[in-house]
Structures are given as structure tokens and as C-alpha cells.
Design a protein around this ligand. Structure first.
Ligand code: HEC
Length: 179
């Protein structure tokens, strides 16, 4: 009898032990599962993105914002943010930076009489809406080594409004990006 009890006790004890171990390892797995996405994806990304996104690749396309952007507000922003260095009127002079008439669709680093950095000359292609968005978001991230000493505009709405204004300062603006 005693031995039966002992055996039964042992069986019970090890069953309990197994349950406990099971729970503990479950808990460990859970903790692990929770930790991983929190580290990899990071729910705090929006805050970080607004403050200081690391790479320009993180920018969502500006196209959807352009359709409803406010060119009048963009004009004011241009005056505040860009006109220290850029004129926008047709045939206007170069200042610290090149004149911006016809900038959308213009070949990069191509305005006559302006001495561009070799970094921008090497970039190649035309100024699309997206490229301008990246440039005024963070010039140094888009063209490493550019002479454009401008911190950048973190707010998407500000960039969209300015780009909408730039579009009006153009003889033949390219169509807005398809959405
Ligand atoms: C502190 C002066 C400064 C400010 C402010 C500035 N820029 Fe510039 N920008 C430059 C310079 C200098 C260049 C030439 C960059 C190079 O050669 O690398 C440039 C180049 C550019 C170019 C490329 C021009 C081309 O012909 O390829 C664009 C587009 C541009 N700026 C847009 C803007 C806009 C829009 C703003 C305002 C949101 C702005 N910049 C604010 C100095 C400035």
C-alpha cells in the first residue's frame, strides 16, 4: 500500500511539476513573443518619424497630399523658409541657391550661372515632386554633401503646400503623381 501511495504521489508530483514547468515556459515564450515585435517594429515609430527619421526612404509618397495642398499657404512658407536663398520669379537671379522658376521637371543642377556642388551634379535626373519632397525634407539625407544648408521641413503638409506653390511657378508643370 505504502509503495502504491508513494508511486501515486510521485506520479502526481511529477504531473504537477510538468504543469508548472509548462506554465513557466509558456510565460517565457509569451514574454519573448511580446518583446520581439516591440523591439523590431516599435510602436513609437510615429514620434520618432516626426522628430528625426533616419532615412529618406521612410517618407510616404507626397502625391496624395499634393492634390489638396494649399499653394497660397505654400507661397508664404516659401517666403519664410526658402527666399533667403532662392528667388522664384521667372528669370530671377541666383542667390545663395539657384533660381527656382520651372524647378518641377527641371534637370537637376542645371540652372545657368549657378555653381552647384559636385554632390548635386552627380545626383542626376529631373526634379520630380517626390525628389523635391525628399530634398526639402532633409537635404543632406537626399544629397549627401549638398551645399543647401537647410535643416529641412519635418511637416508633410508644409512640404506639400510649398511643392504645390512651386508647381504654379512653372511654364509647363508636369502632371501631379497618380494616386
Ligand atoms: C540656406 C540657404 C538655402 C535655403 C534656406 C534653401 N535652399 Fe534650396 N538650395 C540652396 C543651395 C546652396 C542649393 C544648391 C545645392 C547644391 O549645389 O548642392 C539649393 C538647391 C535647391 C534645389 C535644387 C535646385 C537645382 O537647380 O537643382 C531645390 C529644389 C531647392 N534648393 C529647394 C529649396 C526649397 C523649396 C527651400 C525652402 C523650403 C530651400 N531650397 C531652402 C540653398 C538653400
Amino acid at each position: 500500500m505504502a509503495s502504491f501511495n508513494t508511486v501515486a504521489g510521485c506520479v502526481l508530483a511529477s504531473a504537477l511539476f510538468a504543469m508548472v514547468v509548462g506554465k513557466v515556459s509558456d510565460a517565457m515564450v509569451h514574454v519573448h513573443k511580446l518583446e520581439k515585435p516591440a523591439l523590431a517594429v516599435s510602436d513609437e515609430a510615429p514620434t520618432e518619424t516626426a522628430a528625426a527619421p533616419a532615412a529618406t526612404a521612410e517618407l510616404p509618397p507626397i502625391g496624395p497630399k499634393l492634390a489638396s495642398a494649399n499653394a497660397e499657404r505654400g507661397k508664404q512658407l516659401f517666403q519664410q523658409q526658402c527666399s533667403t536663398c532662392h528667388t522664384i520669379d521667372k528669370g530671377g537671379p541666383n542667390k545663395v541657391g539657384p533660381n527656382q522658376w520651372d524647378i518641377v521637371g527641371r534637370k537637376k543642377a542645371s540652372h545657368e550661372g549657378f555653381s552647384y556642388s559636385s554632390a548635386l551634379q552627380a545626383k542626376g535626373g529631373e526634379w520630380t515632386y517626390e525628389d523635391i519632397d525628399h530634398m526639402i525634407f532633409k537635404p543632406q539625407a537626399f544629397v549627401r554633401g549638398t551645399k543647401m544648408a537647410f535643416a529641412g521641413l519635418p511637416k508633410e503638409q508644409d512640404r506639400a503646400d510649398i511643392i504645390a506653390f512651386l508647381r504654379t511657378q512653372n511654364d509647363n508643370p508636369p502632371p501631379l503623381p497618380q494616386q
